[in-house]
Every structure is written in structure tokens, then in C-alpha cells.
Design a protein around this ligand. Structure first.
Ligand SMILES: [Zn+2]
Ligand SMILES: [Zn+2]
Length: 248
């Protein structure tokens, strides 16, 4: 059994060439899950040839616009195509966000989504994945996720400062997809830089690391950022680009 991860969107709220906003598609043998749904996700899904019918579940890490801008559009696209309602899993506040956003458009009154709000430490099974939610450290309520499918495991940090809870979640994982918003020597809160990440994940037995959620300030620093994480962690690390796929 293998898992395929397609980095649909690796950017942030500030536009930049080649990086759409946050979205990751994870496929097992039978189905697929979307992690986050920032602006550009619908276009990227079409570009990778993933049809709407096969995508009925989204996990949101948090409710910042660069992670949810295309959520209403995706739910509406399924409604327009006569498909069952989109399943949305997200932190507390997701139900209110969806309801209020939808209320701005009176023509969407028949469009619905099945919303399930999650708390840290929640776990559930979905589409062949066992999913664990954990609290990340960001400017708003935010979750990181661990997805396990048979003998493979992936962790996605969402937006976070380096945080022991996320590190613990990522122990011995096959693939850690971690945000790395800024290069060195930026000193930031709510986000992660390469040296702090590399130190955090040292000795955790993580087999591969993919860095995502890059601000424009990271342009031209991608190789150096990956090397800094490798030097401190010992884990093979690459910087993601949109449409890059990783098979584990
Ligand atoms: Zn954020
Ligand atoms: Zn973000």
C-alpha cells in the first residue's frame, strides 16, 4: 500500500509566482482527502485531473483565508454538479464560519455541507485513514493532523510555531509536511523557520520532510532552507512546489 501526496498549493496570503494558497491532496488506494482549501485549490484540483465526485471530504487546519478561501466554492461546485454535500472537518468555529460565509450569498440557500468540528486529541476514521488531531501553536485556534493508512503515516502541521505537541505527533512518521514560512534569520512568531524546525525534529525518526507555506521572502532561499533542516535534523528534506507529488 502506498500513499500519494500532491502539494496543490504551497503559498500564503501574499501572491507569488508558482505558489497557490494552502491545499494538499492525500490519496490512498481507494480514495482521497483534501487538507486545507486556500484560493486556487479548485483550479489546481482540475489541473491534476482530480474529479469533483471523488473528493467529498476536507480537513481544515484553521480558518485563515489562505486555508479556506476556496471552501465555499468547492462546496458549491459539488452542489452544482448534483453531488452529495461536502464533508468538512475543522477546528471549533468551522460551523459558524461556513454558515456566516454562506449567508452572504442568498442564492446558496440550498447548498449545504456536513460540518464536524474537532478538538485537539480527537481521532476518527475516514476513507481508509485513521486521523488524529492535535493542537498547533498559531495566532488562531489551529490543528495539526496525523493520517495513518495501513503501515504508512503522514503529519501535516498546518500553520504553527515549532511546538512540542506537533513534534510528538510527528514521531517516526513516514512524511512530515511542515510549514516553514520564512528563511533564516527571520525572527517570527506564529510560524516556523528552518533552524527551529530542524532542532525540533532531531531524533524523532522522521523519514522524510517536505517544507510548505512559503512567504515571498523565501524566494531564492529554498535550497538553503532545506539544507538547514537536514543539518540539524538528519531527516531528508525538500521544499515543496505546487503540483509536486510525493509517494510513500
Ligand atoms: Zn494561518
Ligand atoms: Zn497560512
Amino acid at each position: 500500500m502506498s500513499l500519494k501526496v500532491i502539494m496543490l498549493g504551497t503559498g500564503v496570503g501574499i501572491p507569488q509566482p508558482g505558489r497557490s494558497q494552502s491545499a494538499i491532496l492525500v490519496e490512498n488506494d481507494d480514495s482521497a482527502l483534501l487538507l486545507d482549501c486556500g484560493a486556487g485549490t479548485l483550479l489546481r484540483l482540475d489541473e491534476v485531473g482530480h474529479d469533483l465526485e471523488a473528493l467529498d471530504s476536507v480537513l481544515l487546519t484553521h480558518l485563515h483565508l489562505d486555508h479556506v478561501s476556496d471552501l465555499l466554492a468547492l462546496a458549491n461546485a459539488r452542489f452544482l454538479a448534483d453531488l452529495p454535500a461536502l464533508h468538512v472537518f475543522g477546528p471549533m468555529g468551522t460551523e459558524a464560519y461556513f454558515r456566516i460565509a454562506k449567508s452572504v450569498y442568498p442564492n446558496l440557500d440550498k447548498m449545504s455541507a456536513a460540518i464536524q468540528e474537532l478538538k485537539p486529541m480527537d481521532s476518527f476514521a475516514l476513507k481508509g485513514f485513521d486521523i488524529f488531531a492535535e493542537e498547533a501553536r498559531h495566532s488562531v485556534t489551529a490543528l495539526a493532523y496525523r493520517l495513518e493508512s495501513e503501515d504508512k503515516a503522514i503529519v501535516y502541521s498546518g500553520d504553527t510555531e515549532p511546538c512540542p505537541r506537533v513534534a510528538n505527533l510527528a514521531k517516526e512518521v513516514d512524511l512530515l509536511i511542515h510549514e516553514c514560512s520564512f528563511p533564516e534569520p527571520f525572527d517570527v512568531t506564529n510560524h516556523t523557520t528552518p533552524k527551529k524546525l530542524g532542532s525540533m525534529i532531531r531524533n524523532l525518526g522522521i523519514k522524510r520532510v517536505v517544507l510548505t507555506h512559503l512567504y515571498p521572502q523565501a524566494q531564492g532561499c529554498e535550497d538553503e532552507m532545506a539544507e538547514q533542516v537536514i543539518a540539524l535534523s538528519g531527516s531528508p528534506t525538500i521544499v515543496a512546489w505546487d503540483m509536486m507529488s510525493v509517494v510513500i
